[in-house]
Design a protein around this ligand. Structure first.
Ligand code: F6P
Length: 526
């Protein structure tokens, strides 16, 4: 096992242990973030050594104000198996690493998280695998995260748990520490009951989540699906976005629950808020990059390098079967075959960043996509113009912004997606109020970005027509749509998202949920 020791920050010594019982840490914190991954990447140095650097994800930007204050800490896995690290600080953020063995990475992360929950929660686009040993490992690892967080949390601290990998943590935390204020945010969809009910451990997951004071979802429909699951599986009453969780009066900790009230049958209940909080991006940061002359020059160079086509269409995705990459390739391939477009005029740039490459479904997807790209390029490219420029890499944010600026048409064709932040990034960078966004109605972003050209990716003829419409859309319409989209994305940014979640969390924990409304928008499903 690799062991690395890190200098503690300003004399902070944070001690945790990974055994199954919470141990008090030498230092405790008033705010604790818990997520599967820590916001760090390991980079190799020229001298052969390695170091950690902050990873520039959207969640870090959102939570930075909360984390940089001395009283915040982030609990998570550093992304490498068998890596035993002491707590450390990076870029002003205190981190407490949770160690996962190689076996746990296979069973908890690649197995139960990404081969059971991921396909199940994305409408079973791929068949989920239900393996009992993966579930056992998921329980064990969730307990480790909960113990680590419990040890790091000060009395009455706010603990915010993130995403489907850690759905049991809220209840585990509440059982150990009823004094805590516990929030959970699900970054991916929550499926309709007819699909969710396949899960052999459906009841345990609902119980796990209901340990939280507030459960946040991307869309109104996700929150509704969860409330239905709580009613069906537990028989709990719901009132709008409130779920009433009965309290065992014989439980000695019952009195220490944050907010306890009586329901209409006179039973003692704890109220849980389950509601949509659509996540966003640091729109200002993207906009600033888009205004940089060097990045604008890079965008022009990309167009020249692609042979100066009339139109550049762009797709940017993790290489995941939920993203509908095959559907968009099929639509573009058919437009080429029918000679409605030519590669001299229209090129498609597809960035497909590597993801979960040891999971079989992802390996198969890569083979399928690369076969399709090869066929289309073989059939339609010319010496001077390649129909599809396919890039199996991740890129730094600056390069992504240059690509967004170069792209006349952005293709987001997800078959199911919690939100899809790429759609919001594209909009934030279009400081010229130009460019057309084709957006799947199955992506959470479509609830907010109504002025995009919405598409159903399963309807290939419809998708082809939408692509043609985008290629031919008059400048005045492009500009009208983009202005409206930009207003939305710049107003409802990620800072607003985290603020509204934390406000709802504190209010709910203090029993003050009656006045809470979704942040000025999206009160009904559209
Ligand atoms: O939002 C879904 C999610 O799984 C996040 O939890 C994660 O940060 C991202 O997608 C990338 O996935 P992974 O950590 O499996 O590479």
């Amino acid at each position: 096992m690799a062991t690395t020791t890190w200098a503690p920050r300003n004399g902070h010594i944070i001690s945790t242990n990974h055994a199954n019982s919470p141990q008090p840490a030498a230092e405790t914190f008033d705010r604790v973030i818990v997520s599967n991954r820590l916001p760090v990447d390991r980079v190799q140095d020229d001298d052969g050594g390695s170091r950690w650097r902050p990873s520039p994800g959207g969640l870090v930007a959102a939570l930075e104000p909360m984390m940089r204050a001395d009283d915040g800490v982030w609990v998570g896995w550093p992304g490498i198996a068998d890596e035993e690290l002491e707590p450390f600080e990076i870029g002003g953020i205190d981190l407490i690493p949770v160690t996962l063995s190689e076996q746990e990475v296979m069973e908890y992360y690649e197995g139960f998280s990404n081969d059971t929950l991921w396909p199940l929660y994305h409408d079973v686009i791929a068949p989920p695998s239900y393996r009992r040993e993966w579930w056992d490992c998921y329980v064990k690892v969730n307990q480790r995260f909960a113990d680590t967080a419990a040890a790091a949390a000060a009395h009455g601290a706010v603990v915010w748990v993130h995403d489907y990998q850690l759905q049991l943590v809220p209840k585990m935390l509440r059982d150990a520490r009823p004094d805590l204020v516990i929030g959970f945010f699900n970054h991916i969809p929550f499926p309709p009951y007819g699909i969710y009910s396949q899960l052999p451990w459906r009841r345990q997951i609902v119980e796990g989540l209901l340990g939280a004071d507030v459960i946040g979802f991307q869309r109104l429909a996700d929150a509704g699906n969860f409330s239905r699951a709580a009613r069906r599986l537990k028989g709990y009453d719901t009132r709008g976005s409130i779920i009433e969780v009965p309290i065992d009066v014989d439980d000695p900790d019952a009195g220490s629950h944050r907010h306890v009230t009586h329901n209409r049958r006179g039973e003692l209940v704890r109220t849980v808020l389950a509601r949509q909080f659509p996540i966003s991006i640091d729109a200002q940061a993207y906009q600033e990059l888009a205004r940089r002359p060097d990045i604008q020059e890079r965008a022009r160079q990309i167009r020249r390098d692609l042979g100066d086509p009339k139109t550049i269409m762009l797709g940017v995705d993790r290489l995941d079967y939920t993203k509908g990459i095959g559907h968009r390739l099929q639509a573009y391939g058919e437009l080429l075959a029918e000679q409605r477009v030519s590669p001299e005029d229209v090129v498609l740039v597809q960035v497909a960043s590597p993801s979960r490459e040891r999971v079989e479904t992802y390996r198969q997807l890569r083979d399928e996509i690369e076969l399709t790209v090869g066929r289309i390029n073989g059939d339609y490219s010319t010496i001077s113009h390649t129909a599809i420029s396919y890039l199996h890499h991740g890129y730094p944010r600056e390069e992504m912004v240059a690509l967004y600026l170069a792209a006349d048409v952005m293709l987001v064709t997800a078959l199911r997606d919690g939100m899809n932040l790429v759609a919001k990034e594209y909009v934030a960078t279009r400081v010229d109020n130009d460019g057309v966004l084709l957006l799947s109605e199955f992506a959470g972003a479509s609830d907010e970005l109504r002025q995009a050209r919405l598409i159903n990716p399963h309807d290939i003829e419809g998708l082809k027509d939408a692509m043609m419409e985008a290629l031919e859309m008059p400048q005045s319409e492009r500009s009208r749509r983009m202005r409206a989209l930009r207003k939305r994305v710049l107003t409802y940014d990620v800072a607003r998202w985290s603020k509204s979640f934390l406000e709802a969390l504190v209010n709910t924990a203090h029993g003050d949920h009656a006045e809470q409304k979704p942040a000025g928008h999206l009160t009904r499903e559209r």
